[in-house]
Design a binder for this molecule. Structure first.
Ligand SMILES: CC[C@@H](C(=O)O)C(=O)SCCNC(=O)CCNC(=O)[C@H](O)C(C)(C)COP(=O)(O)OP(=O)(O)OC[C@H]1O[C@@H](n2cnc3c(N)ncnc32)[C@H](O)[C@@H]1OP(=O)(O)O
Ligand SMILES: [Co+2]
Length: 135
């Protein structure tokens, strides 16, 4: 599986957009609110991998909870898959804990599934599949 993006939890996406623009030398190529996850995202290109900044839009967002318990920083690693349903079945058989069996609509035209960090050495893992025309 190839890394598609690295998710970074931030308090203020405006401030962090400026910071990452200075760091990477180019601005985010898109910003998108994903209301189901209660986040605003922005995406930067870094070679083949993307950096996804995530700011909470509500106190019960997973990002708000993460920032409460921890601090700004790496929140998840997302791996690209061709067939998300098939990968979910394979990973379940391997004993990983899937947080959502039914893929959710993520940012940047993706369907996404998360694996609980307690089953992945403390790293929150996202699987993402490019949406097909009818999804
Ligand atoms: C924009 C859409 C999409 C995309 O297209 O790219 C996204 O990236 S959305 C990103 C935001 N959405 C999510 O994170 C959804 C999946 N996450 C969850 O379901 C929950 O956050 C969680 C991982 C199940 C944790 O929720 P919960 O159990 O309610 O939180 P706790 O604070 O009680 O944590 C329990 C336990 O897990 C540890 N934890 C929490 N988040 C992470 C994390 N990102 N990485 C590593 N570990 C994490 C937390 O520290 C607790 O550990 P202990 O204290 O040791 O029990
Ligand atoms: Co993500």
């Amino acid at each position: 599986m190839k890394i598609e993006h690295i998710g970074v939890a931030v308090k203020d996406i405006r401030v962090s957009n400026n910071l990452f623009e200075k760091l990477l030398g180019s601005p985010p190529y898109k910003e998108e609110e994903v209301s189901s996850e209660k986040v605003i995202t922005s995406f930067f290109e870094s070679g083949d991998v993307k950096i996804e900044l995530l700011q909470a839009t509500s106190p019960d967002s997973p990002i708000a909870k993460f920032l409460e318990k921890r601090a700004e920083g790496i929140h998840h690693i997302a791996f690209e898959v061709d067939d998300i349903g098939k990968e979910v079945e394979r990973l379940k058989e391997e004993g990983f804990e899937i947080l959502n069996d039914v893929p959710k609509h993520g940012a940047d035209h993706k369907l996404v599934v998360f694996l609980h960090p307690k089953s992945t050495n403390g790293v929150l893992v996202e699987l993402c599949q490019e949406k097909k025309a009818d999804e």
